[in-house]
Design a protein around this ligand. Sequence first.
Ligand code: PEP
Ligand code: MN
Length: 338
Amino acid sequence: MIVAMQEKATEEQIDAVIEAMEEAGVDVHRTTGATQTILAAVGSTASLDLSKFEVFPGVLHVHRISAPYKLAGRAFRPQGTVVEFPNGARIGGEQVAVIAGPCAIENREQIFETAARVKAAGASFLRGGAFKPRSSPYAFQGLGIPGLKLMREAAEANGLLTVTEVMEIAQIEPMLPYTDCFQVGARNMQNFNLLRELGQIRKPVLLKRGISATIEELLLSSEYIMAGGNYDIILCERGIRTYETSTRNTMDIAAIPVVHKLSHLPIVGDPSHGTGRRDMVGPMAKAAVAAGADGILVEIHPNADKAASDAAQTLYLDQFEKLVGELRVIAAAVGRTL
Ligand code: PEP
Ligand code: MN
């Protein structure tokens, strides 16, 4: 942390800041320039609250020079994290992962037909929500555990792994037999109690970026899980809310290389929630793979127009198959397989 004092800061004001910094447990290195004094904090600065120092009289500005997260930072594992699943599937390695399935599990026929086509396309992960975070309390809320049982059956019949959203701590235990990867949705990215609890289990977590979260906040949320000892985290860029209204969200493709630079964790792109529009899912999926995404999460349904949730952004199974073929070409062009 660096504290830049105002040109007119008095010795008393500078001393007060130094004292507060030392009280916070860091060593202070002072540089007195011709016009301005700079105070640099050395030591464990991750837990320092910058805003506390900003309000001291005579302070011009305060900024961090080291990341506030430690375990999620690239330096912790410069070689990158590869999340491995029990059947040998991986996310974060050379192969680009494809996670596909309906927004919500609706019935046996829907999830079985989808699973067969996910497998046929060469993908390894079947997704489907059973606990749905819907904006309206009157919208379809998901089938709950009976839905997860259906998805597990469909996945096993096709040799696939399952990914599904957990919304609260009480759901973790009953979901354990049915999911290979817990998804934390955008609305829960800062549900810190849930994140802490997911740090205690030993199953991968797919952590989606919050609707208005910065990349730093996403990484700090992953830090909550890692702090508990669960290092198997896959981040997900799913679009953020901006002033643009042409798409449901604004898919921040740049977040993919930014995360790769700042963190060792793999990141997948979700062009379905990222755009909210079926006709734009393909282009943004391709953009994500081109930008280095470690996987794609995409919503598909045998009867997409009639999907119980997120119909407008859901691909038909044929469209999905065609897209996977196109993604293979892009993956090869950027030195990956799919
Ligand atoms: C979903 O994956 O269906 C979902 C609800 O995603 P998000 O949390 O990104 O809105
Ligand atoms: Mn959805």
